[in-house]
Design a protein around this ligand. Structure first.
Ligand SMILES: Cc1cc2nc3c(=O)[nH]c(=O)nc-3n(C[C@H](O)[C@H](O)[C@H](O)COP(=O)(O)O)c2cc1C
Length: 297
């Protein structure tokens, strides 16, 4: 079951989706038991930005049919406090640590990568490119030419493996994946959440009907969970056909059968996200079921 991923030897192919499992909180709740039965073969941190972010005001979550719309707004304590407060705790996890970062300019991204490069606790970096470029307003990862240009300029700042987490909200995700590979990515991961909107029911949170449009996060949020799985599978398949670097597939994975589907279309690893909120042990079960069953025939 062990998998080679960008030179990291992982015990099995199941990891977490960034931002969907709080390893530090879980450790405080469950103690060392969490470490002896850690569900993931590598741990991906939630997105870290240079400056701290408060995130969006509530409401931040909305249940859609078979899915979840979130508009959390990437709250995080910022690079400096992540390094001093979280990294020592995350380094105690029994699996390699992948730090997920996001910046809105090439300079910001290079600074984040340089900082990660200096810390031996970090095995690899995942770059979240679902972030608007401050100059163009366009998501950095949504335009292949822009993505390749930014990656080429920041890639020298990191000597560790770089995973680029693609945005699904683009015209041609396989072309973005190819651009990421050309720009120096060692792997790509997808899908991030699909742009989505929830309208407030009249009366919710004291709002009148006239105030109800575009309620969540002041506009749009991101859809995840079972509802996105067919879209995710199609995007992962298209990307795996286009690039030669490893692909991390995710989007609505809830069972070993779903994980098999992502592996079958070309993913090297599979990440579990939203489902961990419902059942924090689901990834352990998926990994042990994959192990029992062996590769699909
Ligand atoms: C509540 C929540 C928070 C998330 N936070 C992040 C994040 O900080 N960084 C990131 O790259 N993706 C983030 N994601 C996206 C997930 O990592 C994953 O790409 C997406 O949810 C699809 O997988 P899933 O359907 O299994 O959840 C978040 C998703 C959810 C639901």
């Amino acid at each position: 079951m062990s998998v080679d991923f960008c030179g990291l030897r992982l015990a099995h192919p199941i990891i977490n989706g960034s931002g969907t499992f709080d390893a530090i909180g879980a450790r405080h709740a469950f103690g060392d038991a969490l470490h002896s039965a850690f569900p993931f073969a590598a741990f991906v941190s939630k997105t870290i930005t240079l400056a701290p972010r408060a995130g969006n005001p509530p409401p931040r979550l909305w249940e859609a049919q078979a899915g979840l719309i979130n508009s959390i707004g990437l709250p995080n304590k910022g690079l400096e406090r992540y390094m001093s407060e979280d990294l020592p705790e995350l380094a105690q996890l029994p699996v390699p640590l992948i730090t997920n970062v996001m910046g809105s300019t090439a300079e910001e991204i290079a600074e984040l990568l340089r900082a990660c490069d200096t810390r031996k606790e970090i095995a690899a970096v995942e770059l979240n490119v679902s972030c608007p470029n401050v100059h163009t307003g366009l998501d950095i990862g949504a335009d292949p030419a822009q993505l390749e240009r930014v990656l080429r300029s920041v890639r020298p700042a990191l000597r560790k493996p770089l995973i680029v987490k693609l945005t699904p909200n683009c015209a041609d995700v396989a072309e973005c994946a190819r651009a990421a590979q050309e720009g120096g990515a060692d792997a790509v991961s997808l899908i991030n959440t699909l742009r989505a909107m929830a309208l407030a029911p009249a009366g919710a949170h004291g709002r009148e009907r006239s105030q109800s449009l575009a309620w969540l996060g002041g506009g749009t949020g991101g859809l995840s969970g079972a509802a996105v799985r067919p879209v995710a599978l199609a995007q992962v398949a298209a990307v795996a056909r286009r690039v030669s670097i490893p692909v991390v597939g995710m989007g609505g994975v809830q069972s070993a059968a779903h994980a098999h589907q992502f592996l079958a279309v070309g993913a090297r690893l599979v990440a579990v996200g939203t489902e961990s909120f419902r059942d924090p042990a689901v990834a352990s079960r998926i990994a042990s079921q994959l192990d029992d069953e062996g590769p699909p025939t």
